[in-house]
Every structure is written in structure tokens, then in C-alpha cells.
Design a protein around this ligand. Structure first.
Ligand code: FES
Length: 109
């Protein structure tokens, strides 16, 4: 895979996120209270709300617009809601975060 560095884990607040803009899409990179990191498209599968502004709890985020709960691991809406947001492969190497660029190229096709 073609890994692209996007900064350090310490740039992301605990239970918070930061936005990474790419030509294909805006990505929200989340850090959980357990210091796990996930990258998903910053666009709620319901009506496109900015998931990066949602509340992180466990390995999920609650959309700030209408409170859908999205799994950061699978990108799927949890509970009774149906929808999936794109997840982007992310790795953490000694605190530096990388996303896989190929998956973005595929997203643009
Ligand atoms: S846009 Fe996210 S819950 Fe409606």
C-alpha cells in the first residue's frame, strides 16, 4: 500500500478528531479514549453531517446533526439506522499516522 503521513497522534485530542482534506474527500481522523485511531469520510451517511464535530464514545461517534451513531471500525450506522460511511485504512507507527492513498483513488472512481 502507498501510505501517506497525515501527522502525529498527539495532534488529535483525546475523544476528538481532526479533519484531513484530500482532493477526493474530507476525512475525519478520530482518537478514542483508548488511543485507538480511525479514519472515515467526514460525511454522515444520513444527510452528510460533519462527523468530525460529533461526540466520540467507545469506538463510535454520534453525528452532531440528528444523533445517528456511527461505528468508527466499520463505518456502519448502529442501532435502528441504516447506512455506511467509507472507512480509510489508517496505521499508527510510533505515533505518526498514515492513511492508504489507494483507497482514496478508488473512492474517486
Ligand atoms: S446527518 Fe448525521 S444524523 Fe442526520
Amino acid at each position: 500500500m502507498n501510505w501517506h503521513p497525515i501527522g502525529d497522534i498527539s495532534d488529535i485530542p483525546l475523544r476528538g478528531s481532526r479533519c484531513v482534506k484530500t482532493p477526493q474527500m474530507n476525512i475525519a481522523v478520530f482518537r478514542t479514549s483508548e488511543h485507538e485511531v480511525y479514519a472515515i469520510e467526514n460525511r454522515c451517511p444520513h444527510k452528510g453531517g460533519p462527523l468530525s464535530e460529533g461526540i466520540v464514545h467507545g469506538n463510535a461517534v454520534t453525528c452532531p446533526l440528528h444523533n445517528w451513531v456511527i461505528s468508527l471500525e466499520t463505518g456502519k450506522a448502529l442501532g435502528a439506522d441504516n447506512g455506511t460511511v467509507r472507512t480509510i485504512p489508517l496505521k499508527n507507527e510510533g505515533g505518526t499516522l498514515y492513511i492508504a492513498l489507494e483507497s482514496l483513488m478508488m473512492a474517486a472512481e
